[in-house]
Ligand binder design. Structure first.
Ligand code: P6P
Length: 344
């Protein structure tokens, strides 16, 4: 029976295109897939196995952890620490990077991940996901410190996410476009279902948490007001709005049908750079979006060019259909640093 191209076959065929590839990377990706399958099972069985609800603990971000946040983090660590392909790993759920235990061999890659993004949705049975980013460990570094992880997003060798939705999907880029795979539970394999994904350049759909509107800067406020005025306003067309409060679901929708996703900085103390983390949310998603022909910016800088200063630093995110992102960036360029609009 023909099942289509498995992700394993796809990765191995990709590997053959890279001169000198040793297979380490292929093996690492396979281990990540295994972890995502395990997380998918735990998420799908949720209420049946008592893993919903709060763990009554906080992560380094000061956010209350769900039981599945902790379980997913442990699944990723257990699936990856023994492989011999990693020099270290970092997670949204852990303050410091996790060294590879001494009794395991080390490898040449670093991985950063958000093991369960959007977990505030888990108890209400809405889509959540896992986001990961793979960097090369600097040459000669056997025990990577935080500084060794702080590489700009343009240095990523791979980025991907698993989406635990009506179907479980894995979307991946290694710098040669973006491909989507759907988990066929009858054989336990991810099957190529969305080859060469592209973000439509134009869109009529924006995604932002409107409850923060009173805190936004002038460029973002201007853009959203124009969308809301629709055909009667400057844009001369109507827009639709979505907000799932799960970045993986928003990004996947944008990859599938276009759109713009914004989590901007705002005027609240501590929210100047928004909510999303650069290293394991914004960077991997920006790599994927750019590889699919979209754009991703802080409003003033390409996200993949941001030089990280801290493992858990936050960054304003404006990503999606290129034409819309460029419009929001142009509105930022029209304003002085203080947000006052320059006279045209
Ligand atoms: P808000 C989930 O907690 C997350 O990090 C992203 O996945 C999502 O886009 C955003 O936060 C939602 O934030 O403020 O709407 O709850």
């Amino acid at each position: 029976m023909e099942h289509g191209t498995t992700l394993t076959q796809f990765i191995i065929e990709e590997q053959r295109r890279i001169p000198g590839a040793t297979g380490d990377f292929t093996s690492l990706l396979n281990d990540i897939l295994t972890a995502c399958k395990k997380i998918s099972c735990a998420v799908n069985r949720g209420g049946l196995i008592g893993v919903l609800g709060s763990a009554e603990t906080e992560n380094v971000q000061g956010e209350t952890q769900k039981k599945l946040d902790i379980i997913s983090n442990e699944v990723m660590i257990d699936a990856l620490e023994w492989t011999g392909h990693l020099a270290g790993m970092a997670s949204e759920e852990m303050e410091d990077p996790l060294p590879i235990p001494k009794h395991y061999p080390k490898g040449k890659y670093l991985i950063l991940f958000d093991p369960l993004d959007g977990s505030s949705n888990i108890d209400v049975n809405l889509s959540v996901g896992t986001i990961f980013s793979i960097l090369r460990c600097p040459d000669g570094v056997e025990h990577p410190a935080v500084e060794d992880f702080l590489q700009p997003g343009s240095k990523q060798v791979c980025a991907g996410y698993a989406l635990y939705g009506p179907s479980t999907m894995l979307v991946l880029t290694t710098g040669h476009g973006v491909n989507g795979f759907t988990l066929d539970r009858s054989i336990g394999e991810f099957i190529l279902s969305h080859p060469d994904m592209k973000v439509p350049a134009e869109t009529r759909e924006f995604a932002i948490n409107m409850s923060n509107q009173r805190y936004w800067n002038a460029p973002v406020s201007r853009y959203v007001e124009e969308c809301l005025k629709g055909a009667e306003g400057a844009r001369e067309k109507d827009f639709n709005m979505r907000w799932v409060a799960s970045m993986v679901a928003e990004v996947h929708r944008i990859l599938t049908r276009g759109g713009i996703f914004m989590y901007p900085g705002d005027s609240r103390k501590g929210a100047e750079n928004g909510k999303l983390r650069l290293m394991y949310e914004a960077n991997p998603m920006s790599f994927i979006i750019e590889q699919a022909g979209g754009a991703s910016s802080t409003g003033r800088q390409r996200i993949l060019d941001v030089q990280p200063q801290g493992l858990h630093q936050r960054v304003p995110v404006i990503l999606g259909s290129r034409e819309e992102v460029q419009r929001v960036v142009s509105y930022h360029n029209d304003t002085d640093g203080d947000g006052s609009r320059q006279v045209a």
